[in-house]
Design a protein around this ligand. Structure first.
Ligand code: GLN
Length: 257
């Protein structure tokens, strides 16, 4: 049995749309394979030691909460970069995803600093992009998958030239409602706008993250995790994908004059 060490950044500030549920899924799926998970909350002022964590997680939040923690997240840039260089995996959702980039200019026009781990920046628009989303992605060459979830964000995220998106938008808005791209992937670090929470309806991504984390913990090649039944998860994915097909990609808020 191996203990996978997860660092959960700002659990009391960045945790909307049940994002905490992602931790429960990682813990349960690891246990089904005989591994345990130790989740440590990382709060403002805490340092991040390069080799301490196998997986770092940060959830979503409203502009107000992001503004409260952004300077601290920026101050953790060196620690986060060292952890990723050491081979730790990262998952950032929505507001957390935005602060994995260089900055988020919020609806009030304030530029909230990010930690610059992902090659992107975000600027809030007038209207929120809300709804169910369906993506096509290929984290491993030749292994095409779909991701289904829910998005709600004012931010428009722009990837740097040459940066790799997490997936192609089939239904929904994604990063900016125009590029047809969603999220960003840099090695073992992933950012996405998909809430829901994300992992219960996309168990393959949970297993991908667990494999990356185990490879960091144990060294060596990516371990193959024994498949689980995932019947309920498949149903949840299908329902979410169906909703995205039926009504993904609608704008909210005031219609511009
Ligand atoms: N506050 C950010 C935005 O509106 C992120 C929202 C979120 O995490 N759902 O874009």
């Amino acid at each position: 049995m191996t203990t996978i060490r997860i660092g959960h950044l700002y659990p009391d500030y960045l945790n909307i749309y049940a994002d905490r549920g992602n931790m429960a899924v990682l813990t349960w799926r690891a246990a089904q394979r005989g591994h345990s998970v130790e989740v440590t909350a990382i709060e403002p002022g805490d340092a991040i030691a390069a080799t301490r964590f196998d997986l770092l997680y940060v959830g979503g939040g409203q502009d107000r909460e992001q503004a409260l923690i952004a300077p601290d997240m920026a101050s953790k840039a060196a620690g986060l970069r060292a952890a990723v260089e050491d081979g730790a995996a990262v998952l950032g959702v929505c507001g957390g995803y935005q602060l994995l980039g260089r900055f988020y200019r919020d609806r009030a026009g304030a530029e909230l600093p990010g930690c610059g781990l992902l090659p992107l920046h975000t600027v809030a628009g007038e209207r929120r992009m809300i709804g169910d989303v369906l993506l096509e992605c290929e984290l491993e060459l030749g292994d095409q998958r779909t991701l289904a979830g829910f998005e709600s964000h004012a931010g428009r995220t722009y990837l740097d030239e040459g940066a790799e998106p997490l997936g192609r938008v089939v239904h929904g808005f994604g990063n900016d409602g125009e590029s047809g791209c969603e999220g960003c992937r840099a090695g073992r670090a992933i950012g996405t706008y998909l809430h829901g929470p994300l992992l219960p309806r996309n168990p393959w991504l949970a297993d991908w993250l667990l494999s990356q984390a185990l490879a960091h913990r144990l060294g060596g090649d990516l371990p193959q995790l024994e498949p689980l039944e995932d019947e309920l998860e498949a149903q949840a994915h299908a329902v979410s994908a169906g909703r995205a097909r039926d009504r993904g990609g609608r704008m909210a808020g005031r219609r511009p004059r």
